[in-house]
Design a protein around this ligand. Structure first.
Ligand SMILES: Nc1ncnc2c1ncn2[C@@H]1O[C@H](COP(=O)(O)OP(=O)(O)OP(=O)(O)O)[C@@H](O)[C@H]1O
Ligand SMILES: O=C(O)C1=C[C@@H](O)[C@@H](O)[C@H](O)C1
Ligand SMILES: [Mg+2]
Length: 162
């Protein structure tokens, strides 16, 4: 089964996904990175064409990624697509959560069009928390523990669920 990481911005999907893929001996795909490689910076896509256009590109990247026996990190909003929600039933879905205190230290430097400060991050999380939880087969919090401990915990769960 494809292993998929979901969760809000700055939860650690990219960093943890990369290490988890190495740990499991699988390729790693990050849908945000696929979109950037093909179409340029996400903030620029939002600015030039708007969010609905970005979501269409994202859906195409998700379809390609879910077809691989890989570890896939989805963009934070990829799960808003109903077809993606349905497709995730056939994957092992891991939700990464993070609390606001930890995120405050993480969101300073990157360019996220929908997350400009802690308040916008919190609003986005509040609006999606139920959806994230409903799609997850396993959930773990990334706020305080070192990356390697989190990766090992997830890897053991995946190996138990093959
Ligand atoms: N367990 C952790 N402990 C400390 N810092 C972490 C941890 N996990 C991630 N980080 C840091 O948090 C930041 C965000 O991580 P990452 O880019 O992996 O998140 P993401 O969920 O992919 O976010 P997005 O794709 O929305 O940008 C990075 O600077 C990363 O180094
Ligand atoms: O949460 C979101 O809606 C987003 C998260 C990022 O991963 C990017 O996919 C983009 O900035 C949108
Ligand atoms: Mg990421």
């Amino acid at each position: 089964m494809t292993v998929v990481l979901i969760g809000p911005p700055a939860a650690g999907k990219t960093r943890i996904g990369k290490r988890l893929a190495t740990r499991l001996g699988r390729p790693f795909i990050d849908t945000d990175h696929e979109i950037v490689a093909e179409h340029g910076p996400i903030a620029q896509i939002f600015a030039d064409h708007g969010e609905p256009y970005f979501r269409r590109l994202e859906r195409e990247a998700v379809v390609r990624a879910l077809d691989q026996h890989a570890v896939v990190s989805l963009g934070g909003g990829a799960v808003l697509d109903p077809q993606t929600q349905a497709d995730l039933a056939a994957a092992s879905v891991i939700l990464l959560t993070v609390d606001a205190d930890a995120v405050a230290a993480r969101i300073g430097t990157t360019k996220r069009p929908l997350v400009t400060d802690l308040a916008s991050w919190q609003a986005l999380v509040d609006s999606r928390a139920e959806l994230y939880a409903s799609l997850a087969d396993y959930s773990t919090d990334t706020s305080t523990r070192p990356l390697d401990a989190i990766v090992e915990e997830i890897a053991l769960w995946v190996e138990g669920n093959r």
